[in-house]
Design a protein around this ligand. Sequence first.
Ligand code: MLT
Length: 329
Amino acid sequence: MIDMKKRAARALLAVTFAAAAHGACAQSYPARPVTWVVPFAAGGPTDALARAMAERVARELGQPIIIDNAPGAGGTVGTAKASRAAADGYTMLVGHMGYMGAAPALYKKLAYDPVKDFAPVFRFPDTPLVLMVRKEHPAKDIGALVDFGKANPDKLFISNAGVGSSSHLIAALFAASAGIKISQVPYKGAGPALVDVIGGQVDGIFDQTNTALPQIKEAKARALAVTAKVRLPQLKDVPTLGETVLPGFEASTWYGIYAPKGTPQAVLDKVQQAYLKVMSDKAFTDRLAEQAIQMLPPEQYTGTALGKHTEAEVMRWKAVAAKANVSLD
Ligand code: MLT
């Protein structure tokens, strides 16, 4: 009997110590720089948005956030790396619609599970995409591009950020819906993929607005359509795909920060609080809105909401991939 009491007391002590340790580590977190893994090449939309967010969230947390670009296989290489990191809050993943939503439907062998291996921390605002073509391309509008595609199957070379990236997925959905066959040209990120459109090596790309708008403003590439539901104030003369060749078509890239599963909840909560404070900074969100980044209702920014969204997206892309026969090449 005495033995049972001693053991219960010891167990209670252990739990108290663990909770205290957790509390303590959350209080002192972060005690050193934090790393965010970006699974695409530097200079692309994911990298640009992650660096803007990291700079602001770091100010709230009081420690630098370092961006670790780990590109490859549409983002699945960097994501696998993040899934193997220590669950101590010092390594987090910049997650994305492709490798955290669609990848389970596209890759037979995936080295991670977006839902089982990660703890959702918070969600970024969404970014719509622009279909851009090289300056010299004969298609002057979206209708002409679809006609060109119909007349020249597989001779429309569209660059993307790798299999399962949003630039790949949305180009595949566009082609399938428009009834044209395009040749997709993969890169390690939309950054290098866009450079080759501007250089004329490939015909076009679906790129996110935060990196597309500056190139369009400088007339380095031509915008033919946007994937947003309504026209963008920054591109008043550019139609939506929905109002032209693909009625009802709408797409944007969603993002979120994830931590390896097992990261203390108190640490996740602290990072989420820092982010929600950043998103209440109107000057900051206005700067994002200037890049046509779409703010969400605040309740959708939380880790809990991101978790539910991730599960729903994994299911949705399985259905999309089956129906649209999105191929892996
Ligand atoms: C994509 O999915 O196309 C990206 O967001 C690519 C990138 O950020 O480089």
